[in-house]
Design a protein around this ligand. Structure first.
Ligand code: GRF
Length: 191
């Protein structure tokens, strides 16, 4: 069986993108990265894609009047790559239900908490503020409702008394970079 073609959507640093690139470079891994799309031209993840000769595009939400038009352009680019799976990796845009439904069962996201705990954009801060003893990361299928699709895999992180936003984020990122390739492998096995 051939490798599944994956597109990665990013907005920034691309640490998870790098983890996926590295995993795909391991012989026998069931996926290859066909393309990277960022909604921000300055995203460092675009440099990572270039360094590995992966086609990359900027699709700026600012160039489109509506979410529908933005998502239509994303969809066009994804089909252009021949993408079979879409990985959201720090992609900071909400997607329309129409777009999400087109990729049902084939679009996954990584979130820095043990879902369903701490949904939303401030998951690490929220875990600290709640005085939680542990948090972690989740890779889940994307459905129209944010951070709510079926969880594929999770990894735990202990929160120590001395942890702050930076130290806890760092611990979570380390686990994310293990969790995302593992989840992608599971998804590939189901298609
Ligand atoms: C990660 O913490 C991920 O969980 C969240 O956004 C962050 C992206 O980091 N969705 P990076 O760009 O992959 O380094």
């Amino acid at each position: 069986m051939g490798k599944k073609k994956v597109a990665v959507l990013i907005s920034g640093f691309g640490g998870n993108l790098q983890a996926l690139i590295d995993a795909c470079a391991v012989p026998g891994f069931p996926a290859e990265i066909a393309g990277v799309i960022s909604n921000k031209a300055e995203a460092y993840g675009l440099t990572r894609a270039k360094n590995h000769n992966i086609p990359s595009f900027v699709v700026s939400h600012k160039d489109f009047k509506t979410r529908d038009e933005f998502d239509a352009e994303l969809h066009k680019k994804l089909t252009g790559f021949g993408a079979e799976i879409v990985c959201l990796a720090g992609f900071m845009r909400l997607l329309t239900p129409e777009f999400v439904n087109k990729w049902q069962g084939r679009m996954i996201n990584i979130h820095p908490s043990l879902l369903p705990a701490f949904k939303g954009g401030n998951a690490v801060e929220d875990a600290l503020a709640a005085g939680a003893k542990k948090t972690g990361c989740s890779v889940h299928y994307v459905i129209p409702e944010m951070d709510s699709g079926e969880v594929i895999t999770q990894r735990e992180v202990e929160i120590s008394a001395g942890d702050n936003l930076e130290s806890l984020s760092q611990k979570i990122h380390t686990q994310e970079h293990i969790a995302y390739p593992a989840a992608l492998k599971i998804v590939c096995g189901k298609l």
